[in-house]
Design a protein around this ligand. Structure first.
Ligand code: PLP
Length: 457
């Protein structure tokens, strides 16, 4: 059969209501036009994030009942540690309550003012943790990664020439580690090839710089390597993941993605001295090293979930969902980042809404239009999230203006996606009338979460 079906059936449901258009208009006004400030129950299809929004399997729920809540050395911790070690091969595993806690511990123990951290593209929390300690986060994405129409298979690759230049300009002693994010969430959920990881490692090794993988979506990345890279077709996703991690010296991970859980993360490394520093900070911020910021039952669910993410049937289904949307958008000529990434569709808001200049935030215009039209909640990944201020305080735009529609894992069915496509087509039809926004309040860090907007005429 050609139809790829959901490799599960549904045993528990959660009701979904659609509030009226006028109610949505009022809700958005009350949220100061920032969808992060909406009540979730006012969102019909919530594609704000794929982070922590997935549905757990019966096996995960069953495992939770085995949670050992001992403060130190619990059985659940041992299971968690052994599972993560089997996948990553790292000697030291430190559980954290989510990804940014791992990033915070890494940045606060290893970085100082003036250090430089390269990455293909830093995620917003990674960048914020690095900048918070006075270091500089630099994005060294390959050129194809910035070309939304390029069909290159690995647009998440880190550019080797840019990395060479970065090391030459700053000196290796200013680069305590380099990161690589798989898949590259900020740049459209694009994968990184094994060849690129290997090459990055080779160059870093020459300069004595460790490599840290931001592993949030490592299983989706492994799937792309299997499908797109020579010599990996016959390898299992686990084998591919093991090879990916074998080139790294450590990893941060939010288990809320490819851990298939609602909360969790970890920090891992091989270096004993690094691990000692991490542990001290972990105890201060998160908890004892055998539970971090997690309950024993969370550790159990993660140990099962992370292996389920490496199941090929699950990955085939997940990719088929993304391709279903991508193919429908192609038919309507709605612009999105090509090829479709692993966990989301990234609509190109610059092309969708050419009438809105970048600093009037076309992404926010589109996100809000999708909410008003059909109660769809997406997220802007553009100048609000990634715009910068120069030394004189002048705001500069981000290179891309994207709207991410992220797909929670194992949550929505095909009819939900058909509804989404109908809403997208309607907004596309009415796009000429959509206007930009101005920011009326913003905090110093991670402004997109809480800033407020005013609609421009
Ligand atoms: C690539 C990447 N890194 C780090 C994080 C941070 O993880 P968390 O939200 O669990 O703190 C995210 C979350 O979306 C992410 O996508």
């Amino acid at each position: 059969m050609n139809t790829i079906i959901e490799p599960f059936r549904i045993k528990m449901t959660e009701s979904l209501k659609i509030i009226s258009r006028s109610q949505r208009i009022r809700a958005l006004e009350k949220a100061h036009y920032n969808v992060f400030l909406l009540d979730a129950e006012d969102c019909c299809i919530d594609l704000l994030t794929d982070s922590g929004t997935g549905a757990m399997s019966a096996e995960q729920w069953a495992a939770m009942m085995l949670g050992d809540e001992s403060y130190a050395g619990s059985k659940s911790w041992k299971k968690f540690e052994a599972t993560i070690q089997n996948i990553t091969g790292f000697k030291h595993i430190l559980p954290t309550h989510q990804g940014r806690a791992a990033e915070g511990i890494l940045a606060s123990t290893r970085l100082k003012k003036g250090d430089v951290i390269p990455n293909n593209s830093h995620f917003d929390t990674t960048r914020a943790n690095i900048e918070f300690v006075g270091s500089r986060a630099v994005d060294l994405l390959c050129a194809e990664g910035y070309d939304n129409r390029s069909e290159a298979p690995f647009k998440g690759n880190l550019c080797i020439d840019k990395l060479k230049k970065c090391i030459k300009e700053n000196g290796a002693d200013k680069i305590p580690f380099c990161m690589i994010t798989v898949t590259n969430n900020t740049g459209g959920g694009q994968p990184v090839s094994m060849a690129n990881i290997r090459e990055v490692k080779k160059l870093l090794e020459k300069h004595g710089i460790p490599l840290i993988i931001d592993a949030c979506r490592f299983a989706e990345n492994a799937y792309f390597i299997k499908k797109r890279e020579k010599n990996y077709q016959n390898k299992s996703l686990l084998e591919i993941a093991q090879e990916m991690f074998s080139y790294a010296d450590g990893a941060t991970m939010s288990l809320k993605k490819d851990g298939l859980v609602n909360i969790g993360g970890f920090l891992a490394c091989n270096n004993d001295a690094w691990a000692q520093g991490f542990k001290n900070m972990l105890i201060l911020r998160e908890g004892f090293p055998t539970y971090g910021g997690l309950a024993g039952r969370d550790l159990e669910a993660s140990a099962v979930g992370i292996m389920e993410a490496l199941d090929i049937d699950y990955q085939e289904y997940r990719h088929a969902t993304v391709m279903y949307i991508a193919n429908a958008l192609d038919k309507k000529n709605i612009p999105y980042v090509h090829p479709a990434g692993g966990h989301a569709i990234f609509i190109d808001a610059k092309v969708f809404l050419p009438q809105i200049p970048p600093l009037e935030y076309p992404g926010i215009g589109l996100v809000n239009a999708l909410y008003i039209e059909g109660g769809i909640r997406g997220v802007e990944l553009g100048s609000v999230m990634f715009g910068r201020f120069d030394e004189k305080g002048k705001e500069t735009a981000a290179p891309l203006e994207l709207v991410r529609l992220a797909f929670p894992r194992r949550v929505y069915t095909q009819s939900h996606f058909d509804y989404l496509l109908e809403v997208l087509a309607e907004v596309w039809h009415k796009r000429g009338a959509i206007r930009g926004y101005r920011i009326t309040y913003q905090p110093d860090f991670l402004r997109h979460f809480t800033c407020r907007f005013k609609k421009l005429k």
